[in-house]
Design a protein around this ligand. Structure first.
Ligand code: ZN
Ligand code: FE
Length: 257
């Protein structure tokens, strides 16, 4: 019934995650950024890889699939909408479906925008969500393929989850995201505290992940695009949240912090 999550850095700033079901002993890698890092995490924990859950087609999330397939008996689950772009998927899932890690069921949620078929995996019992590049701490992924409206809708789905849900995202971008967030929302006391904490954590070499949804709702400007102060900061008071969200995303693209 419960997942133990192991968090480790892959490549340069990607996060690797192992999710281990204590009941069946099954272990999933969430995305496959780096076979070496995933194998050493498995060795360290004494777990054997049984599953891989893929969130989207980008190379830094799928590159290790072939090597892990060669070395372990794994079932690889991934987004049906991106199946033509990902090699080595066994199980195709779409939003509304469930994915499985042993006895644990994860809901598949649609979070389009960074890529069109990007999905998140949500463990409602344990209160974990794997968001990859759809939602970061204090930011969101670059909008490579989608449109602001559906991207905002996907973020609202995430925002509606229980506040104590732990977010596991695809990259350690929190410190640079904090600089942008503070440029938009400088008077937000929760953000000021989080930004200072993130600075300390990074200086000490600690991960800033996982982070609670409650924290992100209070501090992440992209989850606050429907708040008057964020609209005002973008010069869009009274405008549609989608327009504010789109303006935020554009501003982040060119932000030099
Ligand atoms: Zn990506
Ligand atoms: Fe990525």
């Amino acid at each position: 019934m419960t997942l133990i999550i192991d968090v480790f850095i892959c490549r340069t700033d990607n996060y690797g995650y192992l999710a281990h079901d204590t009941v069946t002993g099954k272990t999933a890698a969430i995305d496959a950024p780096d076979a070496g890092a995933i194998k050493s995490a498995l060795l360290h924990r004494g777990w054997k890889l049984s599953d891989i859950l893929i969130t989207h087609h980008h190379l830094d999330h799928v590159e290790a699939i072939p090597e892990l397939r060669r070395e372990f008996e794994v079932m690889v689950t991934g987004p049906r909408a991106e199946a033509d772009k990902i090699e080595g998927l066994d199980i195709l899932v779409a939003p509304g479906n469930k994915a499985q890690i042993g006895s644990v069921e994860l809901a598949v949620l649609a979070v389009p925008g960074h890529t069109l078929g990007h999905i998140a995996y949500y463990d409602a019992v344990g209160g974990h969500i794997f968001t990859a590049d759809a939602l970061f701490s204090l930011g969101v992924g670059r909008m490579f393929e989608g449109m602001p409206g559906p991207m905002w809708e996907g973020l609202l789905t995430l925002r509606d989850l229980p506040e104590d849900t732990l977010i596991y995202c695809g990259h350690e971008y929190t410190l640079s995201n904090a600089r942008f967030a503070l440029s938009i929302d400088p008077k937000n006391p929760a953000l000021q505290i989080r930004a200072a904490e993130v600075q300390r954590m990074r200086e000490a070499g600690h991960h800033t992940i996982p982070v609670t949804l409650a924290m992100e709702k209070a501090t992440n400007p992209f989850l606050r695009a429907d708040q008057p102060e964020i609209a005002a900061a973008m010069g869009l008071s009274g405008d549609d949240p989608v327009a504010v969200f789109a303006a935020l995303r554009r501003a982040k693209d060119t932000f030099k912090g």
